[in-house]
Design a protein around this ligand. Structure first.
Ligand SMILES: Nc1nc2c(c(=O)[nH]1)N[C@H]1C(S)=C(S)[C@@H](COP(=O)(O)OP(=O)(O)OC[C@H]3O[C@@H](n4cnc5c(=O)[nH]c(N)nc54)[C@H](O)[C@@H]3O)O[C@H]1N2
Ligand SMILES: Nc1nc2c(c(=O)[nH]1)N[C@H]1C(S)=C(S)[C@@H](COP(=O)(O)OP(=O)(O)OC[C@H]3O[C@@H](n4cnc5c(=O)[nH]c(N)nc54)[C@H](O)[C@@H]3O)O[C@H]1N2
Ligand code: SF4
Ligand SMILES: [Mo]
Length: 785
């Protein structure tokens, strides 16, 4: 059992251990929070939890709680006066929010309102927000940062299986013969799940690991160690590679024809689509070895139980949904779904992203309901006792990138941002700053800290965070945990639930009988309301309650009368959620994003069969050129979470990776006359960063930058006029189906500014480190914890 307590606190000093789960990634590790004198002082893994069996990773141990005691916490609401944010009180701050809201509603109607939320709040908060936005105001302009994160996971599930919902489970790790990781650096981004994989790969009869990643990550190294394959495709060519793997299944007779015949539709079209992608053709497009592609396909084709995981190297790269769906296709073609060891994990990233999606705080309707199906809309209208016409369903919900476009143009004049920091995390930072800065749109920012985004707000609302409020959330394998309040929030900070309720009360939203629309107060009452909303849907929570979730382990949905202890695997009976009355979408053309009409979909008569869908590879939006000869990709390091509002406030994590860097391949570095630690300028058509170079083992032609480093620690911002924020360079483009923006493909150029006096302060024990001579690194240098 992993445990960490604050400096000087012994186990005997801990007054209470409060049950929770970690909110620093989608793994959702069960844990207990240590409390002393009303303050969080540490955390330990929960040994009885099925997700993590007592383990926690570095972020969980050091980063999950330490931020809470920071003197920089927001403790009072702030409002903008004469251009400056000043401390205020709740009455004034909420008064302004409500005043502008009422005025715009009267003048322009609900389309003037937008919400941009998170994958880090609790289920109860999302559901309350969804009811306010969709049943109270009636605006389609609601989304979460989940659009940047796991929109493609949801889209791929919907296209293949009819609705969102992870088919597999983590215990598939214990049963599989091979593990494929597609664009997923699990060793750094879900360390506890990775440890579970190492339990297998370092024991008897290890599964082979196949890694698809342009960097030689720890995952790639494990692939080599287990006799698997590391495929390092040129950035932006995932779909060509997937089409090649699919073609190999056909060409070598590895398709389970009877299973496919019974349980899927679309095999002939798929066969035709992938036919041109011979190993030689894939080798040409992706710049991988044709023999490696064949070997990887053989591992998939000859194993009887493969577990696949997919994450941002696919979701945030070119042709995201088509590439993610291609992974589903491989499993369907082999009949490898719904049984032990044969699972697809279209991973989530954020801890509560699943709840944003299922509760409808993003564009979707709550309970995976289909906005295009009048019966589903009627269902909700009945549950909420509102007019059907209030619930936006005349067009697809507005995705986050479009919400910001409307704010830019001025049609959205009131934007409420909760638990996300778009000034750092959205693509093309200069544009996002301009939108947030403009006084055309009244912005409300609700956070724990005065983030780069909050600095631009008209009103800042201080929120209670994890450990300071109660609520549930659901991890990437559908396991639901209850996280209990351990301590009081600082100053006047309030839970996000209480803040949303305060707005609903002030606005006086009512149902058709004049009763309050949001008729709950406590988190538990909100949970019970959500439970009813989920009844009969794939994410059925009706068998769950706070009491039931207070046991030794989290419980995976659906949990209902038929499955009182929850459900480990979906689709065990090979009946998928594709029936027209049940499905969440009628689907799209994966190449163009064109929609299938309800009539066309009904004519397909999928009746519970899964859908095989493919698309041809297209060149990326921005390819290399003479002016910008390198490809630019971005992502994470193990020691930080996103824009670091939490992890930079843990001394250990900050020491391990205190500043930004950029990774270059040894050959590109040599050509550009760049050595380890040199200060370099990286430019794209949209912006520039200056950071130190790590000569690492990213593939030739690719530059990789961590996206964690914004500007709030001002010593850094003061550095000579340059930014270190990776999103200065990224593009405003998105996938045609999932609308997820591309953070992993753009073109750039790099030049040396001046020599460095030491290696880059990048970690030395992670993906970005492999080319560094350890003797350059005294043990007090960053990278050692
Ligand atoms: N330490 C840490 N852990 C986290 C987080 C964090 O911030 N820090 N955030 C959490 C969240 S919200 C998320 S979404 C997940 C993300 O988890 P991951 O998806 O594992 O993380 P990333 O580093 O964004 O990207 C994964 C890999 O994609 C590769 N890649 C880049 N371009 C391409 C490409 O074109 N093709 C392929 N095949 N691969 C490519 C990169 O080299 C990188 O190693 O992590 C979660 N866990
Ligand atoms: N270039 C590039 N950009 C990326 C990515 C990438 O790989 N490359 N990845 C994308 C992905 S996958 C993601 S998930 C996003 C993440 O991007 P963001 O969501 O912007 O990142 P965070 O730093 O997690 O921001 C969460 C904010 O919520 C606050 N917060 C935490 N808990 C609470 C709470 O309970 N209540 C309230 N009100 N506030 C809270 C935190 O202080 C923080 O300011 O970044 C995306 N951007
Ligand atoms: S793996 Fe994720 S959920 Fe588990 S301790 Fe690490 S950050 Fe927290
Ligand atoms: Mo994410």
């Amino acid at each position: 059992m992993d445990q960490h307590l604050a400096e000087g606190v012994g186990e005997e000093d801990v007054e209470r251990w409060v049950p929770s789960a970690c909110v620093l990634c989608s793994n959702g590790c069960g844990c207990d929070i240590a409390v002393k004198d009303g303050v969080m002082v540490g955390v330990r893994g929960r040994a009885t939890d099925a997700v993590n069996h007592g383990r926690l990773g570095p972020k969980g141990l050091y980063g999950s709680w330490a931020w809470a005691n920071s003197p920089e916490r927001l403790t009072r609401p702030l409002v903008r006066e004469n251009g400056r944010l000043v401390e205020s009180d709740w009455e004034t701050a909420m008064g302004r929010v409500v005043e502008v809201s009422r005025r715009l509603l009267a003048e322009k109607g609900p389309l003037s309102h937008g919400f941009y939320t998170s994958g880090q709040l609790f289920l109860e908060e999302y559901y309350t927000l969804a009811v306010i936005g969709k049943g109270g105001l009636g605006t389609p302009h609601m989304d979460g940062n989940t659009r940047l994160c796991t929109a493609t996971s949801a889209a791929a599930f919907k296209e293949s299986f009819g609705t969102d919902g992870q088919p597999g489970t983590y215990s598939d790790i214990e049963h599989c013969d091979a593990i494929f990781l597609f664009g997923h650096n699990m060793a750094e981004t879900q360390t506890v799940l990775w440890a579970r994989i190492l339990d297998r790969t370092r024991a008897q009869d290890p599964p082979k690991v196949v890694c698809v990643d342009p960097r030689r990550t720890k995952v790639a190294q494990e692939a080599a160690r287990t006799g698997g394959v590391h495929l390092a495709p040129r950035v932006g060519t995932n779909l060509a590679l997937m089409n090649g793997l699919t073609r190999e299944l056909f060409a070598n007779g590895w398709v389970d024809e009877p299973w496919v015949e019974h349980h899927t539709l679309g095999i002939e079209e798929l066969r035709e689509t992938v036919d041109p992608y011979t190993p030689q053709e894939v080798a040409r497009i992706c710049e991988v070895d044709a023999e490696d592609l064949r070997r990887a396909a053989r591992i998939f084709g000859e194993s009887s139980r493969v577990l696949s995981t997919v994450l941002q190297g696919f979701y945030q790269s070119h042709q995201a949904t088509a590439a993610a769906v291609a992974v589903n296709n491989l499993h369907l073609l082999r009949g490898m779904i719904g049984r032990p060891g044969a699972g697809v994990l279209q991973m989530n990233g954020q801890p509560t992203a699943q709840n944003t999606r299922e509760c409808g705080a993003d564009g979707d309707l709550p309970g995976f309901r289909n906005w295009d199906n009048p019966h589903h809309v009627r269902d909700l209208a009945k549950l909420w006792n509102v007019d059907e016409l209030t619930i936006p369903h005349w067009a697809p919900p507005t995705h986050a990138m479009q919400i910001f476009r409307y704010a830019e143009q001025g049609s959205i004049g009131w934007l409420w941002i909760s638990a996300t920091n778009p000034a750092v995390s959205m693509p093309e930072s200069a544009r996002i700053r301009k939108i947030l800065q403009s006084r055309k749109c009244f912005t409300i920012v609700q956070d724990l800290f005065l983030t780069e985004t909050a600095e631009f707000a008209d009103v800042v609302l201080p929120a209670a965070g994890w450990g300071e409020k109660t609520g549930c959330f659901t991890n990437a394998d559908r396991t639901v945990h209850l996280s209990q309040k351990a301590v009081e929030p600082p100053g006047e900070a309030k839970s996000d639930l209480d803040i949303f309720l305060m707005y609903a009360d002030a606005m006086g939203f009512t149902d058709q009988d004049g009763a309050p629309l949001v008729n709950w107060r406590s988190p538990e009452e909100a949970f019970d309301a959500w439970r009813e909303c989920s009844r009969g849907r794939p994410c059925d929570y009706t068998g769950l309650s706070y009491e039931k979730l207070s046991g030794p382990t989290g419980i995976p949905w659906p949990c209902n009368e038929d499955a009182p202890e929850g459900t480990e695997r979906l689709y065990a009976d090979a009946v998928f959620n594709t029936a027209p009355d049940h499905c969440e979408t009628y689907g799209h053309d994966l190449l163009t994003g064109g929609t299938t009409t309800p009539t066309q979909y009904r004519a397909l008569a999928p009746g519970g069969r899964a859908l095989l869908k493919g698309a041809a590879h297209l060149p990326p939006h921005e390819d290399t050129s003479d002016a910008y000869p390198l490809l630019y990709s971005t992502g994470r390091t193990v020691y930080h979470f996103h824009t670091r509002t939490k992890t930079a406030r843990s001394a250990r994590l900050n020491r391990a990776a205190p500043d930004a860097w950029v990774e270059l391949s040894p050959s590109d570095a040599a050509r550009l006359g760049i050595e380890e630690g040199d200060l370099v300028r990286v430019e794209s058509p949209r912006g520039t960063i200056e950071v130190h170079a790590r000569v690492g083992q990213v593939r030739e032609g690719t530059v990789f930058a961590p996206f964690h480093y914004g500007t709030w620690d001002l010593a850094e911002a003061a550095r000579a006029g340059s930014s270190r924020q990776a999103n200065e360079l990224t593009m405003t483009v998105w996938d045609p189906v999932s609308k997820q923006p591309y953070f992993k493909t753009a073109a750039c150029r790099v030049r040396r500014v001046r020599g460095g006096d030491a290696p880059a302060s990048a970690p030395t024990n992670t993906a970005g480190s492999v080319n560094v001579d350890a003797s350059d690194y005294p043990s007090d240098r960053p990278g050692s914890m």
